[in-house]
Design a protein around this ligand. Structure first.
Ligand SMILES: [Zn+2]
Length: 305
């Protein structure tokens, strides 16, 4: 039985003060570690585009029994260029309203920017962040993980876009943040995504606003998926096929809507290896952390023979 690894990356960037939030969140890998990870995998797997990995698993994959491996990058960061540069087929899941040409940062990137530029870095009262009054709020520099993974981030994640923008404005005020301009080249532009596609890489949908699809009403859900489809269909002559659930949030209703919107393959964030039994609309993936092969945090699934 042929298996496939679908690796999940977000950012690939140097570890600096500017990128600390992504590393604390666990969504960044340094270019050096990325190169070592890919190098380690090269002799063990067959790198293929994502849809070829799915087809290969279903068809049995031929005589070469090494696992197939597809490399995916969520959120449309230009960092995925590192895979292209190393000759590895990449799948970029871009967010329709936040491609580079839109010059409008994703909500969590704006939140990270608030944390980075905050002048009030000591603890604040929980109530100011809409948390219980007795909630213990650590200073930003003492526990950045709390800020990027804890209750404030979780509350933002569950909100719909308008309420979330308002909450971000409040947090920015409470933390006395100065709004910086995020780097212009953080995300691929539509032109760059089109060029990627023409050179054999894949682009998939990842919503329009990166909202949790399970928390949206039917009409908003349909609009998010239609925008995703329009983005990918507009890039070249290959119709959209691949989707990735923002925050990995899906249920039966969302899955049906994704199918109706014309995506036959969708990635979840459930940890696992793709086998012939894996549902095509909820493919498991392997979260790649900023660690080297064999270190703590290196995915056990990749060590299997
Ligand atoms: Zn995402």
């Amino acid at each position: 039985m042929t298996l496939a690894y679908v690796l999940m990356y977000h950012r690939v960037c140097e570890r600096t003060e500017d990128t600390a939030c992504w590393f604390a969140r666990g969504t960044a890998v340094t270019p050096e570690h990325f190169a070592t990870q890919i190098g380690w995998l090269r002799s063990r797997v067959r790198f293929v585009p994502l849809d070829a990995a799915v087809e290969g698993v279903l068809s049995g994959g031929g005589s070469d029994q090494r696992p197939l491996c597809a490399v995916t990058f969520d959120d449309g960061y230009r960092d995925a260029q590192v895979a292209v540069d190393q000759g590895v087929p990449a799948t970029v899941f871009a967010v329709a309203a936040h491609t580079g040409d839109a010059r409008d940062a994703l909500w969590f990137d704006r939140y990270y920017d608030i944390l980075h530029s905050a002048r009030r870095r000591a603890s604040v009262q929980g109530a100011l962040l809409e948390l219980p009054a007795d909630a213990v709020v650590p200073a930003i520099d003492d526990d950045l993980c709390w800020w990027v993974r804890g209750p404030v981030k979780e509350a933002l994640q569950a909100m719909e876009p308008t309420a979330r923008d308002e909450r971000l404005r409040q947090i920015s005020e409470v933390l006395d943040a100065s709004s910086r301009t995020l780097p212009r080249d953080l995300y691929f532009s539509r032109d760059e995504l089109g060029a990627l596609m023409r050179s054999g890489h894949a682009v998939g949908g990842h919503g329009a606003s990166h909202s949790r699809l399970t928390s949206l009403d039917d009409a908003t859900l349909a609009a998010e998926l239609a925008a995703s489809r329009a983005l990918v269909d507009g890039l070249g002559d290959q119709p959209a096929r691949l989707f990735c659930y923002p925050d990995g949030a899906w249920d039966g209703r969302v899955q049906a809507a994704v199918r109706t919107a014309g995506f036959p393959i969708a990635c979840a964030v459930t940890e696992g290896v793709v086998s012939v039994e894996s549902p095509r609309l909820a493919l498991p993936r392997i979260l790649m952390r900023d660690v080297l092969p064999g270190e703590r945090g290196w995915p056990a699934a990749l060590e299997a023979p």
